[in-house]
Structures are given as C-alpha cells and as structure tokens.
Design a protein around this ligand. Structure first.
Ligand code: ADP
Ligand code: MG
Length: 243
C-alpha cells in the first residue's frame, strides 16, 4: 500500500542544512498496524508528515497505491489526503467553535458529501467511538480521552484507507490511552484499517503488528509481532536508542 524509497528530508536553518531523514526505505501493507518509535528529534513526525503528503521530500518518494505523492500538485494532494488519509494528533486539533458533530462532519462538508449522508455517518461514528448523545456539545467541555475519540471519529469520517497518528495517546493517562488504543486496535481488526502510529510508549507500540525504530533519521531496526521475544527486543532497542 505504501512504498517509501530512499526518502530524504533536509531543513535549512540559516547557512546550516539539517538532514532529518536519511535514505529511509519502508513498505507498509494494506491492513497493517505499524508503530514508529525513537528518541525525540529522530524524525518520527517528519516521516509521518511525508507519509501523509503534508510535506514533500527533499529526495526520494512516498507512493501510496502506486501514486507518487510528490508528483501531485498542491491541490491534487489536498484532495488525495482528504479522500484517503485520516490524521490523529497528540493535541487532538479539534475546532473549538464547532460542536462535536460539526467537527466530525468537517472533512465531509469540505468534500461536498450530501447533508443526509453526513448526518447518518456522524451518528454511526459517534456510536463507534462511544459518544452517542454528545454531538451537540462543544469539545472544550469534554475530557481529553473524549476529545481524542472525536478526533478519531473525524479521522474516520471520510472512510480513509490509511490512519496516521502522531502520539495519539501522548497527552492521556494510561487508562484513557488504553481506551484509545483498544479503539484503534478494533478498527484494525474488524475493518482491516491500515494504521501508522508514532509513539514513544512501549505499551502503545505493543498493539502494533510491527515496530519500526528510528534513530537520527534512519531506521535502526524493525520488530515483528511474531518475534518470540518482541518485548525484550523492544526494551533493549529503546534503551540503546535513548542512551
Ligand atoms: P520527532 O517527531 O522524532 O521528535 P521531528 O520529526 O519532529 O522529530 O524532528 C526531527 C528534527 O527535524 C528535529 O531536529 C527538528 O528540529 C527538525 N525539524 C522538524 N521540522 C522542521 C522544520 N519545519 N524546520 C526545521 N527543522 C525542522
Ligand atoms: Mg514528533
């Protein structure tokens, strides 16, 4: 589904050029749940932004279902994102002046989906994230966990092929985070939803089929769920990465 080839991303800061991603190669299959881990500043968010077409590479490419994202015009890329990708962020990024239902409907309104269809989809999504009856409330009166569930419903509203999460449980306590992870895990299992999630939490990464360890803009290791001593491997890599 996703083919990343020799991906490089540089940022210029004055005279200096910072190489944030260095020759990253990565394939992600349809229906896979992948976690990306690594120390702060290792390029996780940058990689996720490139996977989602929110940023363009300095060199190399990201192909999704054989479409090279960097070859699309800005306008085509926006449309492609809207149709194919749902984003979830650490700080939820809900629109405070819109109600819960309006937040969830936002991508659908932008895509000119008929109002009747929007209404039924929003109701279905509210149910799916266990927020029935909360559609007319404003996000600010809800808890962090509830706000993140709204963000997930919004991310799912356009029935995307891919969900990208940047530390979606980063602001939540363990119990609330677990609710969010169980929700994502259910979507992955039951809807065969493809998910790529950045996290620095080894517990959260435990939900994934595969964990990718990033360090200094390079993939240092990949650990599959099937690996017998996955937890030990992950712990030792993390200790090494953070050293
Ligand atoms: P992570 O998510 O793993 O913490 P990031 O991908 O956010 O790391 O950032 C990796 C590095 O790239 C950091 O050193 C950061 O300062 C730099 N960086 C990220 N985005 C930009 C940008 N827009 N301009 C300049 N430097 C950036
Ligand atoms: Mg980050």
């Amino acid at each position: 589904m996703i083919e990343v080839t020799d991906l490089q991303r540089e940022f210029k800061s004055g005279e200096e050029v910072i190489q944030v991603l260095k020759h990253v190669q990565l394939s992600i299959s349809t229906g896979e749940f992948v976690a990306i881990m690594g120390p702060s500043g290792s390029g996780k968010s940058t990689l996720l932004q490139l996977l989602g077409g929110l940023d363009t590479p300095t060199k190399g490419e990201v192909r999704m279902n054989d479409i090279a994202l960097h070859e699309l015009s800005e306008k085509e890329r926006t449309l492609f994102r809207r149709r194919n990708i749902g984003f979830i962020f650490q700080n939820y990024q809900l629109l405070p002046m819109l109600t819960v239902a309006e937040n969830i409907a936002f991508p659908l309104d932008a895509d000119n989906v008929p109002q009747v269809e929007i209404k039924s989809r929003v109701n279905r999504l509210l149910k799916a994230v266990d927020l029935e009856g909360k559609g007319d409330m404003f996000p600010s009166v809800l808890s962090g966990g509830q706000q993140q569930r709204i963000a997930i419903a919004r991310a799912l509203s356009n029935q995307p092929r891919l969900i990208l999460g940047d530390e979606p449980t980063g602001n939540l306590d363990r119990k609330t985070g677990t609710t969010i992870l169980n929700l994502l895990s259910k979507m992955h299992r039951e809807e065969k939803q493809t998910i790529v999630m950045v996290t620095h939490d080894i517990f959260a990464a435990g939900y994934a089929d595969r964990v990718i360890m990033l360090k200094d803009g390079k993939i240092e290791a990949e650990i599959e769920r099937e690996e017998a001593n996955k937890d030990e491997l992950m712990a030792s890599f993390l200790a090494e990465l953070n050293a």
